[in-house]
Design a protein. Sequence first.
Length: 329
Amino acid sequence: MDVPVERVLVAVRVRPLSDKENKKNAFSVVQALPHEPKVLSVAGKGYAFDHIFTDICEQASVYEESVRPLVKKFCAGFNCAVITYGHTGTGKTYTIGTDSKLYEDDSAGIISRVVKDILSGNNTMDSKVMVEISFMEIYNEEVYDLLTCQPTKLIVQVFSVQSLKRMQVTTYEEVLHHLEFGGANRHTRATALNAHSSRSHAIFTVYYHQIFGDHTVQSRLDLVDLAGSEGVRHTGSRGVALNEAKNINTGLLHLRNVISVLSKNTEDHIPYRSSTLTTVLKDSLSRESCVTVIVCISPSNLDITKTVTTLQFAEEAKKVMSKPKVKEI
Ligand code: ADP
């Protein structure tokens, strides 16, 4: 059954002002416009997106509006990806939910909700289902398996990651265990390299196998927590950090180019091979896939330059047709 879903959807999510920002008397420069639901006003300029989630939007509505339709498509046999993009501290991890604090209750992020939805069996048709997961990260263009006892460096060959461990799961608790295990591995690896986990891309993948008598339909859903998008210029990096920042910039730039080709729906060449990130995500970024990008931003006047850079980047990935007319605020 075909579920009508837009193939590339770009949403923006604004996090609330933090206590630290409130203490500094920071204020919000971001405003949703009641008469133009797809336009976000930032310091008086309008940016158009498919969805806008303001600082009062809860995790449940972000999931229901921007991810749940995609899960239905995924369970119908299509490859999909949900990607969070933005500077460090804007809510990417909170939104996608790779952090162990976010597995339960109202603050549960996308991964928890996806897994619950899939394992509930509500999306399954007349078939037997087998679900597997994997968890990897990309740091400095290298891929690490987070589900092995020591984070293992893996080889990427012609669009597949060799020997990436996949775990079959039947319960939500099993998935949480693997997520926690992988998260701990991620922090250990980052600490050992004197790095920060926000400088790597984390990819949690769900594989869905539906067995219909004599044939199997397989699909994958990549849930991606991207590295912080602060560029080389902003970090003022040197040495190892500069190399890290350059690799992050390159990966993000190529990802934007791939998404841009997909969103234009043209026959243009899709440059998957230009970075490890796009190589690894090739299957879920194909012309038949559905992709949701959630762009995370801070509302604070103190972050305005970074926020504008993020929004411009996202606009380049997909030009949403709307009339961004706004009044100065
Ligand atoms: P990032 O992954 O982009 O570095 P985080 O997800 O770690 O950012 O978010 C930074 C902080 O802001 C965390 O303390 C997180 O709990 C909080 N936060 C982010 N988004 C929200 C939100 N929508 N509602 C409440 N708190 C949020």
